[in-house]
Design a protein around this ligand. Structure first.
Ligand SMILES: Nc1ncnc2c1ncn2[C@@H]1O[C@H](COP(=O)(O)OP(=O)(O)OP(=O)(O)O)[C@@H](O)[C@H]1O
Ligand SMILES: [Mg+2]
Length: 243
């Protein structure tokens, strides 16, 4: 469905992606893992049209995306939840959610109800400013806002960043549910152990190249390799994965 083929991209002289090839099949959760600076965010920004590749292509169902504007890409159903959430802190929860539907018109009631089903806490705080929410609630709002665009493919950039382990588990459970309900997910994470627990397939990036790929079982079976590329599991994560 979504493919990157030999994608090279970067920032002026800095080449952040040095020929990345990966596939996201329909209905799957694919994790893109890697340490700081590996190129994960750059890969997502290339898919969503914020960065133009200098070589290679990005396609969905065979159609080139890498020549379209970010708005056109959103209209084709590919929607990114940016790193650091990027909410409108002064706008209410409801206003933030409405912003997510900017690319279409019509009644939003059913879409809002769907978001509140996934995230009941947002339904209780519709009039509260986005900036007054807790970190976890803000991440929920950022995902909810993306859902308002009715994505076929959701691009998530480190949804677990800065959240307590219990909340990470909660957010990942909801991501799994959103996926089961029919949304394909490309999940960027540094939190490899949690990401592997929900991903059908994973790629590991290291300084702009895919160095490892496979199912969670395959990657877990190569624990030594995963560890050397992704760093050690923290004590908190070990505690969570045991429960
Ligand atoms: N706006 C920018 N201008 C110049 N270089 C950048 C810019 N953004 C990222 N880079 C560089 O591109 C490379 C890849 O960065 P990227 O943000 O894609 O990594 P990442 O895997 O998302 O890392 P992190 O886990 O820290 O978010 C890094 O070397 C980084 O320094
Ligand atoms: Mg990043």
């Amino acid at each position: 469905m979504l493919s990157l083929d030999g994608v090279e991209a970067g920032y002026g002289p800095i080449k952040a992606l040095k020929g990345v090839t990966l596939k996201v099949s329909e209905g799957r959760i694919v994790a893109l893992l890697g340490a700081n600076g590996a190129g994960k965010t750059t890969a997502l920004r290339t898919v969503s049209g914020l960065i133009r590749p200098t070589a290679g292509s990005v396609t969905i169902d065979g159609t080139r995306l890498d020549r379209l504007s970010p708005e056109e890409i959103v209209r084709r159903g590919i929607v990114q939840v940016p790193e650091g959430r990027r909410l409108f802190a002064g706008l209410t929860v409801l206003e933030n959610l409405r912003m997510g539907a900017y690319c279409r018109t019509g009644d939003l009631t059913a879409d809002l109800e769907r978001v509140y089903r996934y995230f009941p806490v947002l339904g209780e705080r519709t009039r509260q400013p986005g900036g007054s929410l807790s970190g976890g609630e803000q991440q929920m709002l950022a995902i909810g806002r993306a859902l308002m665009a009715r994505p076929r493919v959701l691009l998530l950039d480190e949804p677990s960043l800065g959240l307590a382990p219990k909340l990470v588990t909660e957010i990942f459970t909801i991501i799994r549910t959103i996926n089961v309900d029919g949304v394909t997910v490309l999940l960027v994470e540094q939190n490899a152990y949690q990401a592997l627990s929900i991903a059908h397939y994973s790629y590991v990036l290291r300084v702009g190249r895919v160095v490892l790929e496979g199912t969670a079982e395959e990657l877990r079976g190569r624990n030594d390799v995963v560890r050397s590329y992704l760093g050690r599991q923290t004590t908190d994560e070990r505690a969570t994965s045991r429960t």
